[in-house]
Ligand binder design. Sequence first.
Ligand SMILES: Nc1ncnc2c1ncn2[C@@H]1O[C@H](COP(=O)(O)OP(=O)(O)OP(=O)(O)O)[C@@H](O)[C@H]1O
Length: 232
Amino acid sequence: MKNPPILQFADLQCGYGDTVVVRGVSGCTAPGRVLGILGRNGVGKSTLLKALAGFLPVAGGTLAWAGQDLRTLPPHARLAAGIAYAPQENVVFGELTVEENLWLHIGRRRDVRYDALFARFPRLRERLAQRAGALSGGERKLLSFARTMALAAPLTMLDEPTEGVQPENIDRMAQCIHEVTAEGRSFIVVEQNLSFLEAIASDVLVLDHGRCVLQGEMRALGREALEAHLVV
Ligand SMILES: Nc1ncnc2c1ncn2[C@@H]1O[C@H](COP(=O)(O)OP(=O)(O)OP(=O)(O)O)[C@@H](O)[C@H]1O
């Protein structure tokens, strides 16, 4: 039996100022489930995620977390409530070292939560003393992924986590997500990498021009139907 939803949004509308980008989108995620959001460039995936995280106002519809109305809660309060978010861009503090970036959120220099992540991503341990601004785009994404995963939030939202990341590390990211969903954590992941989504997502929501055009369980929809929505 499926767990009841923990995050639910219905008829959601959001955008920038008077410009509405996302219209009438509904969805949910439950403990142990991964909702994948996909679609071509510019269809509103990041905009939707920013509104769920509190970085953009919800202009219409409902948004609830464990039954509580989230719409007026600022981002830091959503994080405190259990919703972690890794944006698509500006993911690290370039002037700080990798180590400082990692411990910024946790507030302790040494934390056992990073041990498993370092074992899986040795590259990060090797670069602890380096300025994060000197990392490649893919390495920055990996750093952002590790930092967000270490928060161990009940819901983690990731915006294109695999962008620029090496294939072997993409596989390891998928393993990390598998392990913690088995423990009941849930995810919402915006991705264009269909293979990665196939590896992790239980449910999928496809956007086009800000509207939901396809939605359902990943294995029921199948790759062909999803690919058709990614072709320009
Ligand atoms: N800060 C902003 N101000 C105004 N419009 C914006 C802003 N950011 C994005 N947009 C517009 O909102 C629309 C959706 O952008 P969004 O970044 O959500 O798309 P996306 O599906 O995440 O695309 P990508 O896959 O390229 O990241 C686009 O038309 C974009 O130009």
